[in-house]
Design a protein around this ligand. Structure first.
Ligand code: KMH
Ligand code: ZN
Length: 312
């Protein structure tokens, strides 16, 4: 009898707040395109869909709950994948504003960013001369002045409003080793239920670099701090996305892909869609004797409340 393959959760982050429409025609921003790409990504093997909203005609990052509602019911009707709403929003919004969409729809999961930091995209602006929309260049260039605010009080507020209040499970986004210690402090203070789900984020300008050594260090630190009370995944920003995903899977973790974090399908080549990235990592997992977890398996692995308790 063949040995069963270990299951790996593939999260796909569909559009995000880093890339702008000029950078790739594949980056979705109209609600029907966000929904279509999310559904296709789920069909390709993503168990979790990490979702941001965009303004439907300009493609600007949006935290308007109505913009989320323009695609959420459509996605839920068409797939069983776990819906994970971003609480990162845009770098200029307050945390109270950033959690408004999740408070409205009570998703199974949301992101929760585990520390304040620089979060800069300004070097990307130098790569483009002609822009599809007026807002894009200033949005990127001004990111060298932004502080991505996630104080302990902010984190406690999100834990209370969404975790305690709505039974939301968090994707704890940890961009550096210190964020693991922030999470440990919050966990010990009683803010979260175990297992906590950590997303190691490597390669954002302002956070730890996208190197294998850093991933090993983050993982070793998390092992020491959380023992078996955590599950983990890796997001490599930009060209490191696939390499770090494979490394994470080989190390026993889960993976995140999607156009939010990288527009590429391979070095120097733009991806045609989110689903193309999911299909690629799924095949790479198979090549290494691993299998994509179904949404039901992801719910079990992360102790999620279930789609029936959401409000959309
Ligand atoms: N794009 C990631 C590097 C969030 O949505 O709260 C950051 C992110 C944050 O996914
Ligand atoms: Zn995000």
């Amino acid at each position: 009898m063949s040995k069963s393959r270990r299951k790996v959760i593939i999260t796909c982050a569909i559009t995000g707040a880093i890339h702008t429409p000029t950078m790739s025609d594949a980056l979705p921003y109209a609600p029907e395109d966000i929904a279509r790409q999310a559904i296709d990504a789920a069909e390709a093997g993503a168990a979790i869909l990490h979702l941001h909203a965009r303004h439907p005609t300009t493609g600007a990052v949006s935290i308007d709950p109505d913009h989320f509602m323009a695609f959420l019911p459509n996605i839920k009707r068409s797939t069983d994948a776990v819906i994970n709403l971003s609480t990162g929003g845009s770098l200029t919004n307050t945390v109270a504003e950033r959690i408004a969409p999740a408070k409205r729809v009570s998703p199974e999961m949301t992101s929760l960013n585990m520390g304040s930091m620089n979060f800069a995209m300004h070097p990307l602006a130098d790569k483009y001369k002609v822009w599809k929309f007026d807002w894009e260049e200033a949005y990127l260039r001004n990111s060298d002045t932004y502080i991505f605010r996630n104080t302990f009080r902010d984190i406690a507020m999100v834990a209370k409003e969404l975790g305690e209040g709505e039974g939301v499970k968090f994707e704890h986004e940890c961009y550096d080793v210190g964020h693991l210690y922030n999470l440990k402090f919050c966990l010990d203070s009683g803010m979260f239920k175990t297992p906590v789900f950590i997303q190691f984020v490597l390669g954002i300008l302002g956070g730890i670099g996208a190197d294998l050594d850093n991933l090993v260090f983050m993982k070793r630190t998390a092992d020491r701090l959380f023992g078996d009370a955590y599950r983990w995944s890796v997001l490599g920003a930009g060209a490191a996305q696939m390499d770090l995903a494979v490394a994470a899977a080989m190390m026993g973790g889960n993976v995140r892909v999607g156009l939010e974090d990288s527009l590429l399908i391979s070095r120097g080549q733009l991806a045609a869609s989110n689903a193309q990235q999911v299909a690629k990592i799924r095949q790479m997992l198979r090549d290494h004797g691993l299998e994509a977890a179904s949404p039901a398996e992801a719910r079990e692995m992360l102790s999620l409340k279930g789609a029936e308790l959401t409000r959309f």
